[in-house]
Ligand binder design. Structure first.
Ligand SMILES: Nc1ncnc2c1ncn2[C@@H]1O[C@H](COP(=O)(O)OP(=O)(O)OP(=O)(O)O)[C@@H](O)[C@H]1O
Ligand SMILES: [Mg+2]
Length: 334
């Protein structure tokens, strides 16, 4: 079976400006793929080109083996788009909107009604299906928007920021619907979001985009492993010799004195409670480690051998947000 999506050196310009500047990646059937990037990185433009909303300036892409330009109709049948901006008629009910979109896809009669009911159920809007969209909350509108992109049962779904500006209940609902579509129906999903925890939980692989290019592409685990974790350990006594012994542990990259601990030595620690400043007779040591869990075991064993009391311990593991900041120099959103 061909990959569900193959993108090869895709370029899309607006005038002289390349919003998408040579993007290549492949998605296997059944994969959930995350596209991350700061505002203006080119995520929506990639999706617009892949779904036939905009023609590419150059490069090629295939959906289920079908060229998105030369075999546009076949490529379009295989994919569904849930756009970043709502595409629903506000005065019509969700049911009427879905029936309207279903007819565009060539559905009718009992099949159309059955699909509309199933999609309303999937996104949890059965109760409000006959209210006009304009009376929906932002989250409910987004859920209706998702249902519209699913009516023709695509094999590949493009979800562009489906949870942005959405209340927590709808966010959870959307997140669970996406997970079910993937796990129960094997649907392949390309997902853009700036909620890192969603991407970490949902996506098999992630591409980080900046200024029209993909600057990193890998599993969340591999991306995160490019950054070291940090262990802050408060000790009763830590001399130069101990620091050297800690740094010599195979699982520890470095060990330094940290007399006045920062709130965090990772760039985006927002947890709030950094290591508490120790009383005068304690000393803080900052350790860096690729695999924090393994290194903790070694550090605690060494301190135990030497009979040195541990007064406090804090572990900061790197996450996708840190990786993103490290690679782009930007936060995903303020
Ligand atoms: N119709 C247009 N005409 C000119 N420039 C455009 C147009 N649409 C988008 N751009 C530019 O292309 C670049 C990529 O925009 P795009 O919407 O793809 O970014 P994005 O990654 O989806 O951002 P966001 O996270 O804000 O949704 C931006 O610099 C944007 O200003
Ligand atoms: Mg966008």
């Amino acid at each position: 079976m061909p990959p569900i999506l193959e993108v090869s050196d895709l370029v899309r310009k607006y005038g002289d400006f390349a919003a998408v500047d040579g993007v290549s990646f492949t998605m296997q059937e059944g994969e959930v793929f995350g596209l991350l990037g700061p505002n203006g990185a080119g995520k929506t433009t990639v999706i617009s080109v892949l779904t036939g909303v905009l023609p590419p300036t150059s490069g090629t892409a295939r959906i289920g083996g079908h060229d998105i330009v030369r075999e546009q109709a076949a490529a379009k049948r295989l994919n569904g788009l849930v756009p970043q901006d709502l595409a629903l008629y506000p005065t019509l009910s969700a049911r009427d909107n879905l029936e309207f979109f279903g007819r565009i896809y060539g559905l009718s009669g009992a099949e159309l009604r059955g699909r509309v009911d199933a999609m309303l159920d999937l996104v949890g809007l059965e109760d409000r299906a006959d209210d006009p969209i304009e009376r929906y909350s932002g989250g409910m509108k987004r859920r209706a928007n998702i249902a519209a992109g699913l009516l023709h049962q695509p094999r590949l779904l493009f979800l562009d920021e489906p949870t942005v500006g959405v209340d927590p209940q709808s966010r959870h609902h959307i997140f669970e619907s996406v997970r079910r579509l993937n796990q129960e129906r094997g649907m392949s999903i390309l997902y853009t979001s700036h909620y890192m925890e969603e991407v970490e939980l949902l996506c098999d692989r992630v591409a980080i985009m900046d200024q029209g290019r993909i600057i990193a592409i890998d599993t969340v685990k591999s991306l995160v492993s490019m950054l070291a974790g940090v262990i802050h350990v408060g000790l009763r006594k830590a001399d130069e010799e101990l620091l050297r012994a800690l740094a010599a542990l195979p699982t520890v990259n470095s060990a330094v004195d940290a007399p006045r601990p920062l709130r965090s030595s990772l760039p985006d620690d927002e947890a709030g409670d950094g290591p508490v400043a120790p009383p005068a007779d304690y000393q803080m040591v900052k350790l860096e480690a690729g695999d924090v869990q393994r290194s903790l075991v070694d550090v605690i064993a060494l301190l135990g051998q030497k009979g040195i009391e541990i007064v406090s311990l804090q572990v900061l593991e790197p996450n996708l947000e840190n990786v993103f900041l490290h690679l782009t120099g930007k936060r995903l959103r303020e």
